[in-house]
Design a protein around this ligand. Structure first.
Ligand SMILES: *Cc1c(COP(=O)(O)O)cnc(C)c1O
Length: 392
């Protein structure tokens, strides 16, 4: 169930959020189940910060990060555009007031009927990384433009996107020729630097690779207009990252150095736009030790890998966990979820420090969980319902 609560006297979205409306709401409320509380005012403020830093680049919000309709609507009202991966995400954006031409279809693996649906809805920009996908666009979205997603070499991100999407650099010229021969307009290139790329400097080597391809294509007579920077903008978790505006400005400075004039630069922040706008409230179900001399306590929460915290996989994303009302001396804990799957351990390689007086029944607040939590939560594994969401 999705509940919507209004906070009276909402903050002016053009100014940074001063008070923490999410923390205030959590402190004043009780919850029966793990719940993500996310703030539209914070999303709007973060949108403004990113937009200031990105300058001429247009924001296409990566819907999968948090598809709450209220967030989509807020971003429509801010003038955002959207990057969708499926018919369902396109329908969601349209239902919240987005126009088809402001939505890019960024998945390189598309169902033909979804392409046709998008085309009819006015979507004109599609991602491809193969000849077969170009042919689908030719057949099901005549007149549409494509951008070619390229693989970039990068190991600097906390949540790298590997090789699943994108074509090898050497394949780009032939794809462009194929598109030209099939009458499909190639608008430009796209890439993803890797999610949670913590430092803006990490973009440099990746942008070098894409710029080489870009200039080669232009030299070969392709009139490229669209440079899609993808996502990767980081959020503060266990450790803080640079503010969104200055991070984005540093990225754009590096883009300007390498690309010069580009008619349409787009960025697709997901995490960097919504992660810090929400916290999850959860509860400790059990604190135990496996033996009398166990070095670590095991702390079991009522939320885990399958109910919202999928990004703890490989301990990639290290959330900050607050324990209101508890404090004092800390000790190392292995943190686990409530389900009966042994993969449902959140942090074990690097245990988390939690107060020694933590008890079953205590509340924990997992901070900056606005991205990739509700959208990753299973529908009912072990009978646990999907993550509740409250949008302020
Ligand atoms: C998931 C995704 C994004 C968003 O990535 P973040 O790292 O969350 O900003 C952007 N573009 C594409 C194509 C994606 O698949």
């Amino acid at each position: 169930m999705t509940m919507t609560a209004m906070i009276p006297g909402a903050l002016c979205a053009d100014h940074p959020v001063q008070s923490d409306d999410v923390a205030d709401f959590i402190a004043a409320s009780s919850f029966e189940r793990p719940t993500l509380v996310v703030s539209r005012a914070k999303v709007a403020a973060q949108y403004d910060a990113l937009a200031r830093g990105l300058g001429r680049a247009r924001i296409h919000y990566a819907v999968k990060a948090n598809p709450a309709p209220e967030i989509i609507r807020t971003l429509v009202q801010k003038g955002a555009r959207f990057d969708a991966a499926s018919r369902g995400e396109i329908e969601l954006c349209l239902s919240q007031g987005a126009r088809g031409r402001d939505i890019s279809f960024g998945n390189t693996v598309k169902r033909p009927s979804d392409i046709a649906f998008a085309h009819d809805a006015g979507v004109t920009l599609f991602a491809v990384d193969s000849e077969a996908e170009i042919d689908k666009i030719r057949d099901h979205a005549p007149g549409a433009e494509v951008y070619i997603r390229v693989i970039v070499e990068n190991s600097a991100a906390d949540w790298p996107l590997s090789r699943k999407f994108g074509c090898a650099h050497g394949a780009v010229p032939a794809l462009m020729e194929h598109a030209r021969a099939e009458g499909v307009q190639v608008a430009g290139l796209s890439f993803h630097v890797g999610s949670q790329t913590r430092l803006a400097e990490y973009w440099g080597p990746v942008l070098d690779q894409v710029a080489t391809l870009w200039h080669a294509a232009r030299a070969a007579g392709h009139d490229l207009r669209v440079l899609n920077l993808g996502g990767g903008f980081p959020a503060s978790y266990e450790s803080a990252v640079e503010g969104a505006e200055s991070y984005a400005a540093k990225v754009m400075a590096q883009v300007d150095e390498r690309f010069g004039e580009v008619p349409y630069v787009m960025a697709e922040p997901g995490r960097g736009l919504v992660a810090e706008a929400g916290h999850i409230v959860a509860e400790v179900l059990l604190v135990s030790r496996k033996s009398a001399d166990d070095l670590h306590r095991w702390v079991y929460l009522d939320i885990g890998m399958f109910s919202g915290l999928a990004e703890t996989m490989g301990e990639a994303i290290r959330y900050r966990i607050d324990t209101p009302g508890r404090g004092g001396e800390m000790g190392a804990c292995i943190l686990a979820g409530p389900s009966c799957d042994s993969a449902d351990i959140l942090y074990e390689q690097r245990p988390v420090m939690l107060p020694l007086d933590l008890r079953a029944g205590d509340r924990v607040v997992i901070r900056h969980c606005g991205a990739y939590t509700s959208s990753y939560s299973s529908v009912g594994f072990n009978g646990f319902p999907p993550l509740d969401v409250v949008v302020l």
